[in-house]
Design a protein around this ligand. Sequence first.
Ligand code: IMP
Ligand code: MG
Length: 369
Amino acid sequence: MVKLHDLHFKPFISEDKIQEVVQRMVNEIAHDLGDEVPVFIGILNGSFMFVSDFVKKYPKACEVTFIKLASYEGLKSTDDIQRLIGLTQDLTARTVVILEDIIDSGKTLAEVHRIFKNENVKELKIATLFYKPEAYKKDFKLHYVGMEIPNKFIVGYGLDYDGLGRDLPAIYQLKTTQHMTNFVLFGPPGAGKGTQAEFLKEKYSLVHISTGDVFRFNIKNETALGMLAKSYMDKGELVPDQVTIDMLNAEVEKNADAKGFIFDGFPRTNAQAEALDKLMDEKDSQINAMIALEVDDEVLVQRLLERGKTSGRADDADESIIRNRIKEYYKKTAILKDYYSAQDKYYGVDGVGSIEDITARLSNVIDSL
Ligand code: IMP
Ligand code: MG
């Protein structure tokens, strides 16, 4: 993912793929032109990388020059094309091949044709690396098209968004923020958080990020972040928030196309909640809700004691330990409840009843986000 100005772009066409397409165009054009020595004309600024790679691959003699036209302001198309640098040589009776990085509406191409109207060239051929058929509004023939692409804004390999991104060696596509549903799921021990997260993840195609699992995964696989976290844990120190956030960031990045995330076990402090907001903001998204399963203490104690009988978990067997864990939970989450309530994002959901009933209650909240 890259961020240029205010927008996010996701990987779209790799360097290798671009080179393959350029090579194919070179082969086709070289074959068609035979022994003709063509003049390749790049349209600046966008075409500089394409032209450079193209002529390096071109197997025979050729000339290269540029004209400079400007048509776009940021993402929006403007009607008048400015001619900044025109033709500087006589092209009478020459075979000219225009090398364009991208043809979108075709306005730039119309200007190119105006430029060549009185040049008496032998032949004028149009070659474009990228072509957006859905956007094209003219009927000039395109002799060579590298790749047809959907009508979405791209950057990289010479193409820019408001000046940035031309230097990227691969092509990135504008990430149109589809609606994401992200929430932090809370619940005291025994509330059925894990069970519900499993159902919700399936139902809404969400990615469940359990901080505990993420930690265990990174440590087990000895990732750089895992080793870093472990170094603190081995000293009996708390893992700094930034390390945890970096791990979560990696998880979010891994699932860039997800419909949303369920955060489980994080945040636990105000600072972490702020860091999570910042992380989501960088992804062009946000935390939509804190959803907390609410279960009466006495019910929790009974559930956990019941679980302790079969699970053999020591911390589920002792009533005073159980009560203490519940107390700790409320002490810790109170701050977060305040944090999200202040943003009108706190939702308490009755966690007593059948699994299906509770899933239905949670779904009501999620559907309303
Ligand atoms: P046209 O004149 O509408 O065909 O657009 C051609 C010019 O618009 C290109 O030379 C680019 O400068 C710009 N352009 C069109 N689509 C894109 C895009 O997706 N990313 C970046 N620039 C674009
Ligand atoms: Mg261009």
